[in-house]
Design a protein around this ligand. Structure first.
Ligand SMILES: Cc1cc2nc3c(=O)[nH]c(=O)nc-3n(C[C@H](O)[C@H](O)[C@H](O)COP(=O)(O)OP(=O)(O)OC[C@H]3O[C@@H](n4cnc5c(N)ncnc54)[C@H](O)[C@@H]3O)c2cc1C
Length: 511
């Protein structure tokens, strides 16, 4: 077993991107840091897995804002992980394409705002003004979020309009063209968009970073994790896998220690939880929090879960495609893909191909993701299955997965007619896979739903009601690699001082 010391300045529970960013920042500040991860692999949603000697990503298929001088590039520069990162830029003129049944056009999202406009105007020449207004609006919104632009200030902007207008209402307000509306909203699986809930700022912050620039990580997103763990260790920090935290001890409004599943007790001055707030509060014990705070957190709505098929392709059977597909049965379905029935599922999906170092013209794998509600797998929720802790969920579950995979493949065939012949082997992930690997409630993809009707409800402060316990990760402000990188900065700002930390980051990344 790993030799974990008994005391650290900072104990971090969970090694998702937010936890690892926080760990690196604190270690750079000379603190003794220990990251405790329950899984075999570090990184949470950045984990990769191998089937048939082929690498797949779990929860990161492309990353935005990584061209020189852009926001994620500058944060990664500060974290010293840019050198070593193997990236492939997606198609400049169509990093994403939005497609529909019975329509052969692949509506492109291009990189760079001028190019984004240029590519779309080709298909909507009479809608140039609406597309222009959309581009201006996205950039205006993003300027209102200081940390998104590496500036000191509140993590969230101050403009209430941003939080109270829905992404759908805004997009509908700029054009009556139904297809264009669907195309502009088409990649909303990126944030599990809900028509009457998702605020426009969530859309803007997610999409803007990909319009800035879009990349895939060669051989998977876990290279980001490996670099973060390496840098952490260089700064004297420690990270341990197979160390599930099962209890967080609290005495007199202070966390005193955490207990791992091996029974080891580790103490710290401060504790940062990179696991879901709902789960964290349960581990501490509801009695340590005000009733109103606990019930507010416990009642937060989790974002929907997903079902994915991961296809190992026969050699030289299917060409590598340097873009992602967001597909819908029709444009009315763009905001309602999660409201499917058994008959209509899947109404939408995203397809992304992994890229190898020295990628040639042939792809070796493809992942397709669609929504799946947790209630579909609820009957097996008492089972648990990861590489570290295997259990058989039984034959009925295998049949359920096979039936779903078959239905999904049939839907994919409409867009990619030869796909079935190219399958060497096919593997699936269900809401239970996400739940068991990440530890998230009901296999939620992106933390908690943000709702225009109650914007403050889903704002979770990195400070908890316990003075030495903090949150970080996707439940805080935004999900996605950029969102959780910023969450790590937000959390450490509470400990180190926001202006001090951002100034350090700016100085380090000054070009
Ligand atoms: C299907 C899918 C596709 C996605 N695609 C993209 C994409 O293309 N681009 C993008 O930018 N983002 C994407 N995302 C979102 C992105 O991956 C996440 O927002 C982000 O990685 C979450 O980071 P986090 O810091 O919140 O930690 P998480 O990834 O949530 O990790 C939490 C960690 O805590 C550990 N943990 C849990 N409980 C315990 C415990 N008791 N003790 C110790 N450790 C524990 C878990 O094992 C895990 O390692 C996707 C997400 C999903 C689900």
């Amino acid at each position: 077993m790993a030799k974990i010391k008994s005391h650290y300045d900072i104990v971090i529970i969970g090694s998702g991107m937010g936890g690892l960013v926080a760990a690196n920042i604190m270690a750079r500040e000379g603190k003794t840091v220990c990251v405790l991860e329950k899984n075999n692999q570090f990184g949470g949603n950045l984990q990769t897995f191998v089937r048939d000697r082929t690498i797949f990503d779990t929860g990161v298929h492309y990353v935005g804002g990584l061209s020189k001088g852009q926001n994620l590039y500058r944060y990664f520069d500060y974290l010293d992980i840019l050198d070593g990162l193997e990236l492939k830029k997606l198609d400049e003129n169509a990093y994403d394409v939005i497609t529909f049944d019975n329509d052969d056009i692949e509506y492109p999202h291009g990189q760079g705002y001028e190019n984004f406009k240029k590519q779309l105007v080709k298909y909507f020449p009479e809608e140039e003004k609406a597309i222009e207004a959309y581009c201006i609006k996205l950039q205006e919104i993003c300027r209102k979020f200081p940390l998104y632009n590496l500036e000191a200030g509140k993590p969230y902007g101050n403009d209430p309009e941003l939080f109270e207008q829905s992404a759908k209402d805004y997009i509908d307000s700029i054009t009556n063209n139904k297809k264009l509306r669907a195309v502009l909203a088409g990649s909303n699986l990126l944030y599990a968009g809900i028509a009457d809930k998702t605020p426009i700022y969530v859309h803007a912050l997610s999409i803007n970073s990909y319009i800035q620039s879009s990349f895939r990580c060669a051989n998977g997103g876990s290279q980001i994790t490996k670099l973060l763990v390496k840098r952490l260790k260089e700064k004297g920090g420690e990270a341990y896998n197979h160390q599930e935290v099962v209890k967080i001890n609290c005495i007199d409004k202070k966390i005193t220690s955490v207990i791992t599943s091996h029974g080891q007790e580790i103490t710290g001055d401060k504790y940062i939880s990179n696991i879901e707030p709902k789960v964290t509060l349960k581990m501490v014990g509801a009695e340590h929090f005000r009733k109103s705070y606990n019930s507010r957190i416990q009642n937060l709505e989790s974002t929907v879960s997903a079902f994915s098929i991961h296809i190992v392709l026969k050699p030289k059977s299917f060409k590598y495609i340097n873009k992602n597909y967001y597909h819908f049965t029709n444009c009315e379905k763009v905001w309602t893909g999660h409201e499917y029935t058994q008959k209509t599922w899947p109404e939408t999906y995203m397809v992304s191909m992994g890229v190898r170092k020295n990628q040639d013209e042939w792809g070796d794998q493809l992942t397709a993701i669609t929504y799946m509600r947790y209630d579909e797998v609820e009957q097996w929720e008492d089972t648990f299955n990861t590489v570290a802790q295997k259990s058989d969920r039984g034959e009925a579950y295998e049949k359920f997965k096979n039936d779903k995979a078959e239905a999904f493949l049939t839907a994919l065939e409409k867009k990619f007619p030869n796909i079935r012949e190219c399958v060497q082997s096919l593997h699936t992930s269900t809401p239970l896979s996400y739940r068991d690997y990440i530890g998230c409630t009901r296999g939620s993809m992106y933390g908690y739903v943000k709702d225009i009707k109650d914007p403050l409800l889903s704002f979770i402060s990195p400070r908890t009601k316990i003075e030495n316990l903090y949150f970080t990760g996707q439940s805080l402000n935004m999900h996605g690699i950029l969102g959780v990188t910023i969450s790590g900065v937000v959390t450490c700002s509470e400990i180190l001082g926001g202006e001090y930390l951002i100034e350090k980051i700016i100085q380090r990344t000054k070009k």
